[in-house]
Design a protein around this ligand. Structure first.
Ligand code: TYM
Length: 340
């Protein structure tokens, strides 16, 4: 196979099966997955190999993997259009990650802020896998020569590293366009959903407080209670987005309303300018329930038939392997492995 001069547009993204999915994952990733599947060839992976970089209960991991797949389908990903699969079912990811471990430089990984955030002062006790996590992510994407990667803003640095790895491989193995330099698709109002308890930290699966996030499977009452208790300031809502500066909690809630209603923050504020949170919060909670309830209902129905999810994932893995195999074979040839 020769290197394509211009790469066919192809989308790759993934979500870790490492805990309950939340509104940030939904708006930052799943909503974009659905929008893209009608425009480009898409691969959506449940990245269980990434999940085990931090301790997981082996009795739960398979069920969590199915749950993420169910969330993809419930959000509207169509397995006939997009290729949906579990990462560990395609061992080519690990093979390419090893090659990329030998391309990426220690200095590059030392700069990864997510590793620092996840380990804090406990770096010595972190798994080696967690350190090299972004290299596996680069392998996920480049194994399919994906050109576009829909993600939330927190993945920006990992995408930059992916581009660096692609460029260095292309350079070191004299194959100028062998791997594309993929583009992160981050823009949109849901790209950075913040914690409901602190507008300066992102909504996260690993936050010890469940009050900080809206889970995809929360029921209507729980959603309403969490929104009611969400931290805010005492000011009424401003007339325009400029007035949200230095008001991170207000900014986040207005951003959420905009992302869920499909409006811009300016349009949302036109309606709510001068109103307090006692008015705004119940409206936001209603909108959240209206948007999320159908997704969580579908998710629960799908999860009731695990065998069907497994069949869909197995079909997806077969399709993914068919795309990956020739790209990996050519990569290995370039590296100089013995051809068998
Ligand atoms: P993960 O599982 O942490 O998150 C899945 C997706 O959700 C987005 N996201 C958010 N978006 C907006 N606001 C938030 N608060 C928020 N929290 C999470 C993430 O940006 C992500 O898009 N490293 C990835 C998984 C991965 C991957 C890949 C992604 C592995 N290989 C290849 C793309 C391509 C991660 O940890 O996602």
């Amino acid at each position: 196979m020769s290197e394509p001069a211009v790469h066919t547009p192809r989308v790759f993204s993934g979500v870790q099966p490492s805990g309950a999915l939340h509104l940030g994952n939904y708006l930052g990733a799943l909503v974009k997955f659905v929008a893209l599947q009608n425009r480009m060839e898409c691969l959506y992976c449940v990245v269980d190999m990434h999940a085990i970089t931090q301790p997981q209960d082996p009795r739960l991991l398979a069920a969590q993997t199915r749950e993420i797949a169910a969330a993809y389908f419930a959000a509207g990903v169509d397995p006939e259009k997009a290729i949906v699969f579990a990462q560990s079912a395609v061992p080519e990811h690990a093979e390419l990650a090893w090659i990329f471990n030998c391309v990426a430089r220690l200095g590059w990984l030392d700069r990864m802020t997510q590793f620092k955030e996840k380990t804090g002062k406990n770096k010595e006790r972190a798994s080696v896998g967690l350190y090299t996590y972004p290299v596996l992510q680069a392998a996920d994407i480049l194994l399919y020569r994906a050109t576009h990667v829909p993600v939330g803003e927190d993945q920006k640095q990992h995408l930059e590293l992916t581009r660096d790895i692609a460029a260095k491989f292309n350079n070191d193995f004299a194959a100028p366009d062998f791997f594309p330099l993929p583009e992160a698709l981050i823009e949109g109002p849901g790209a950075r959903v913040m914690s409901l308890r602190d507008g300066r930290t992102k909504m996260s699966k690993s936050d010890p407080s469940d009050q900080s996030r809206i889970n995809l499977l929360d029921d209507a009452e729980t959603i309403a209670a969490k929104v009611r208790r969400a931290r805010t300031d005492a000011e009424p809502l401003p007339e325009s987005p400029e007035g949200l500066k230095d008001r991170p909690e207000a900014d986040n809630l207005v951003g959420l309303y905009a992302a869920l209603s499909g409006e811009t923050p300016a349009q949302v504020l036109q309606r709510f300018a001068g109103k307090g949170f006692a008015v705004f919060k119940p409206e936001l909670a209603d909108l959240m329930v209206e948007r999320l309830a159908p997704v969580s209902d579908r998710m629960r129905r799908l999860m009731a038939d695990p065998a069907e999810i497994d069949r869909a994932l197995a079909r997806g893995a077969e399709r993914a392997r068919a795309l990956a195999a020739p790209i990996l074979a050519e990569t290995k040839r370039r590296v100089g492995y013995l051809q068998t």
